[in-house]
Write a new protein. Structure first.
Length: 422
């Protein structure tokens, strides 16, 4: 049996040609556009390095409410011999900066541009008195200690300078990324087109929630869970379950929706008597194999000919049908391959923590157990290793790795894990 890393490399290579064919699209950046079409904006991946069109901050500004001063004017200030300065006109955020007169103190609000001639800001709490004077009065303010030049001043370009790379290609756009793009004045970004996925959950027994089940039938959890997983990886999904174990029925579903970038099937990949995905796609060139992992051993992948007289080929990834096996397989193979195709960081960060309990693991399989990270930093499992325990997966925030060759994990043993709650 192949390893998890071997199979991930195969799936990544299968999807790699998509990267050149996906192309890009312009995505508007504004609060209105995000609110009007949130689905279009979620989990988008930057296609090229984005060069900043302006500096952030665009000008020197105050980090605090206080007084803009020249540091040299307060050099001799002490508690016993305060420096008293006349108060100049107040500067608020959005005001024209103006010019600071040496030997004065300019009341300034957070975010306001530093007046020309000032080089530091003293917090209002350190002024005597620690309140701003009435704007109509002629007042003085005292300072009891020196201030260094640059104190509480946000220097122009201290975050990013005009012409520098603002965000690198492959960045997944989230709240902070959209915010910094808008903050530089950019109105749109180039993102990779979403990978369009045909998702086909299979099984004579599956039915939609809300229907009345006959004996032997089950509700279709895989279509919903894998749709959510694919959307979370930035894909566009066409979900078309096949509620039949007949190969021709499955092929009809596929041919009717073949105008996609990728076909993902769920179920029908084991060695049983009625394995519809094997029966339908095996003769078309899709390979089926086992990976040394638990859960999720049975897998399949390949390319099938589609279009007029097989003018094009469609990559196919076949996942096992048990709900936990399907989701774990998605995490181990398909999610990283999709993200790498889009140019984003493919793998979840691997962290390490001690196990909160002892448990067994099969010697010849890489076991992926579901669990949580306790407040004390220990890994605690949720449910057993069986691939049908979807509720335990739903309660989990981590996937715990137990490598091949380890048959017994003791309490306190250090294990690798992935966070799956984000």
């Amino acid at each position: 049996m192949r390893t998890i890393d071997d199979h991930r490399a195969e799936i990544t290579a299968l999807l790699a040609p998509l990267r050149a064919s996906l192309g890009t699209e312009s995505l508007p950046v504004s609060g209105e556009s995000l609110a009007a079409d949130p689905a279009r904006c979620l989990r988008r991946v930057l296609a090229h390095d984005l060069v900043s069109p302006s500096s952030l901050p665009a000008f020197d500004n105050s980090q605090m409410d206080g007084y803009a001063v020249r540091a040299a004017d307060l050099a001799a200030a002490t508690a016993d011999s305060p420096v008293s300065l006349p108060v100049a006109s107040r500067v608020a955020a959005g005001d024209v900066f103006g010019t600071h007169t040496p030997g004065t103190a300019t009341p300034i609000m957070t975010g306001a541009g530093l007046p020309d001639g000032a080089d530091a800001v003293v917090q209002i709490e350190k002024a005597v008195p620690p309140v701003f004077p009435d704007t109509s009065s002629s007042s003085r303010v005292a300072f009891v200690e020196p201030v260094a030049a640059g104190t509480f001043v946000r220097s122009a370009g201290s975050d990013v300078r005009e012409g520098e790379v603002l965000l690198a290609a492959g960045t997944v756009l989230g709240p902070a990324q959209f915010g910094v793009v808008a903050g530089t004045g950019a109105v749109q970004v180039e993102v990779r087109r979403r990978i369009r996925v045909l998702l086909v959950s299979t099984g004579h027994e599956i039915r939609d929630a809300g229907t009345v089940l006959a004996p032997g039938q089950i509700f279709d959890a895989n279509t919903v869970s894998l749709t959510a997983a694919l959307l979370g990886a930035g894909c566009e999904v066409v979900a078309r379950p096949c509620r039949s174990d007949d190969a021709d029925d499955l092929l009809d579903v596929i041919w009717n929706e073949a105008d996609v970038d990728l076909l993902v099937t769920v179920g029908g990949v084991s060695a049983g008597a009625r394995e519809v995905v094997r029966d339908a796609l095996g003769p078309l060139g899709v390979e089926f194999m086992k990976v040394a992992m638990q859960p999720g051993g049975p897998q399949g992948f390949g390319r099938i000919e589609v279009g007029v007289e097989g003018a094009a080929t469609l990559p196919v990834v076949c996942l096992p049908g048990n709900p936990v096996s399907a989701l774990v397989s998605f995490e181990a193979f398909l999610r990283p391959a999709l993200l790498e195709t889009l140019g984003a960081e493919p793998l979840r960060e691997t962290r390490r923590a001690p196990s909160a309990e002892a448990f067994d693991s099969p010697p010849n399989h890489h076991q992926l157990r579901r669990g949580v990270l306790d407040p004390d930093g220990r890994l605690r499992l949720r449910g057993g290793p069986s691939s049908h325990l979807l509720h335990s997966y739903a309660e989990s925030t981590v996937l715990v790795h137990v490598p091949v060759g380890i048959t017994r994990v003791a309490e306190g043993d250090e294990l690798d894990f992935w966070r799956i709650d984000g």
